[in-house]
Design a protein around this ligand. Structure first.
Ligand code: BGP
Length: 488
């Protein structure tokens, strides 16, 4: 039976706008996600806005659709809409209970994101908001009390609304300076208590208003914004290393596995190209330079990057220490698949989740090997899990055997990659240990947790937390360092 070393980091991952809530408490400023409605697969969530003539509209803003806002549109919060980030599942008021529940499974790490507008409400104050810093201080103290260490995401797909409105978000180099100012405050305040940092979340999946603060979502705007994020990340890494010797920096990559749809050479070539569309982002950040194929990639998209002298050196000086990624599914690519930065076509050999994500545990072992071969840097699986509809039985129990099956297969694949293939993997933070709002659809019924939260898609419910069957199962996996995964 195989197992992971005792030093392995086991934990869970969340994002503030999906979990925290308290959007108008503790001096927090508005964030781009606060303008994003709920939604569903059929009716994508969107940003609500007002036009100069007073008319109201909505631009799609889900994981897969990123509409540009029309000229003159000003995002607004409307009375008759539901905005999930405002309350989320109210971790803001439940963090002690939530951390105790996580610790009960034996977690030794917890990945969470800091809400930029909780620290700098408009992104440009000269002094940070002390109440915001105190919230995360208290949260980290609670983790330490339970023997857990933080893994902090500095920028999880959102930024202060003011920076989107005033500077068009990551379109502007001004946002880099403000991000670095925000980083400096975090490093000063939490640097002695946090070793692992992620500069950006799912860098290949961000686009448009919510995640980049750009009003337009076209390729030119997008890749320029991403170039600025690369520069910001690299400078944050350098600053972090200077301020916190021994700190380790990653950035998060949304990594669905990609297979050629057939062995037809055109399909195999297309799948390599598709892979490059997505790996492009982490190639730059992990290696510290634009890869050879980027010229063709950007040309095909009609993009001319606004590169300034000195940018190359900045990228080089701030390469990541480790590569972290999310893994939920795999897809196929043929010569007719549209080249995108995420996604692909369904794989007929795989079962799918109710949200159409192909379940592929071996794919996790595949990507672990692929990334380790490519970067030769330690890896960290910072998101993996199953979004499913859970049934609460009349006695209150939740028998989520499907989640146990999913996690068992994926964790076995991870241990095999480490023990058989020799991949270095620092840890695994499951998404999301406590039910929270879905990023792509804004639904609550797409649940990932070991812990159930009583709340529906429109925010109704007691918010009571209760353990699912998978809770004790995961506890046993962690206490046996993964050996129990092979128990019959
Ligand atoms: C990743 C995000 C998370 C999370 C997860 C699951 O893209 O980093 O924020 O939400 O995907 O996706 P979803 O919530 O859409 O099921």
């Amino acid at each position: 039976m195989m197992k992971v070393p005792k030093s392995f980091l086991w934990g869970g991952a969340t994002a503030d706008f999906q979990f925290e809530g308290g959007f108008n408490e503790g001096g927090r400023g508005l964030s781009t996600h606060d303008f994003e409605t709920d939604g569903s697969v059929e009716n994508p969530r969107g940003i609500t806005y007002k036009l100069p003539d007073g008319s109201i509209g909505r631009a799609r803003s889900s994981f897969f659709f990123h509409d540009s806002l029309p000229d003159g549109a000003i995002p607004v919060i409307l009375e008759n809409e539901y905005y999930p980030s405002h309350k989320a599942v109210d971790h803001f008021h439940h963090y002690k209970e939530d951390i105790e529940l996580m610790a009960g499974m034996g977690f030794n790490v917890y990945r969470f994101s800091i809400c930029w507008s909780r620290i700098f409400p408009t992104g440009e104050e000269s002094e940070p908001n002390e109440a915001g810093l105190k919230f995360y201080d208290d949260l980290i103290s609670e983790l330490e009390k339970h023997g857990m260490q933080p893994l902090i995401t500095i920028h999880h797909d959102e930024l202060p609304m003011n920076l989107a409105e005033k500077y068009d978000g990551w379109s502007s180099r001004k946002t880099i300076d403000l991000y670095l100012n925000y980083c400096r405050v975090l490093f000063e305040r939490f640097g002695s208590r946090c070793k692992y940092w992620l500069t950006f979340n799912e860098i290949n999946a961000v686009r448009g208003f919510t995640s980049c603060g750009t009003h337009k979502a076209d390729n030119q705007t997008h890749y320029n914004a991403v170039h600025n994020m690369f520069l910001a990340s690299a400078q944050a890494v350098k600053l972090g290393h200077e301020m916190m010797p021994g700190s380790m920096f990653g950035a998060m990559y949304a990594s669905s596995g990609i297979y050629p749809a057939t062995c037809k050479p055109e399909d195999v070539f297309a799948s390599m190209q598709f892979r490059r569309e997505t790996l492009f982002f982490i190639d730059v950040m992990a290696r510290g330079y634009y890869p050879n194929y980027s010229r063709d990639l950007l040309n095909r998209r009609g993009v001319t990057l606004k590169i300034e002298s000195g940018d190359d050196q900045i990228l080089k000086d701030g390469a990541l220490d480790f590569v972290s990624f999310s893994y939920y599914r795999s897809n196929t690519v043929s010569s007719t698949t549209e080249l995108r930065t995420i996604g692909g076509d369904p794989n007929p050999y795989l079962k799918q989740t109710p949200w159409g994500w192909g379940i592929d545990a071996l794919g996790l072992r595949y990507v672990l090997n692929e990334f380790y071969d490519r970067y030769q840097k330690p890896l960290f699986i910072v998101e993996n899990g199953l979004g499913a509809i859970d049934q609460v039985e009349s006695d209150g129990s939740i028998n989520d055997d499907y989640r146990i099956d999913f996690l068992r297969d994926h964790l076995k694949a991870m241990v095999e990659a480490m023990e058989i293939d020799g991949v270095e993997c620092l840890g695994y933070t499951m998404w999301a240990p406590i039910d929270l709002v879905s990023l792509s659809t804004g639904e609550m019924k797409k649940r990932y947790g070991f812990i159930y939260v009583d709340m529906d898609d429109k925010g109704n419910g007691s918010l009571k937390r209760s353990k699912k069957k998978s809770y004790d199962w995961m506890k046993h996996v962690i206490e046996t360092s993964g050996e129990s995964l092979w128990e019959k």
